[in-house]
Design a protein around this ligand. Structure first.
Ligand SMILES: [Zn+2]
Length: 55
């Protein structure tokens, strides 16, 4: 019984939402992060275009 508890403690969890996951970041959070990154990229792209205007 003790072993079982230890195993559960060692279980991997998502470092973002803390839900049990084999991955460091579960798919749900990965998607979320990816979406945010894309949004940020868009903002940077927008700002860059407005700012530099070189090309
Ligand atoms: Zn997660």
């Amino acid at each position: 019984m003790e072993e079982k508890e230890k195993k559960e403690e060692k279980k991997h969890v998502c470092s973002i939402c803390g839900k049990p996951s084999e991955l460091t970041i579960c798919h749900a959070c990965e998607d979320k992060i990816r979406g945010e990154a894309v949004e940020k990229k868009h903002e940077i792209d927008k700002a860059g275009r407005t700012d530099s205007g070189r090309r």
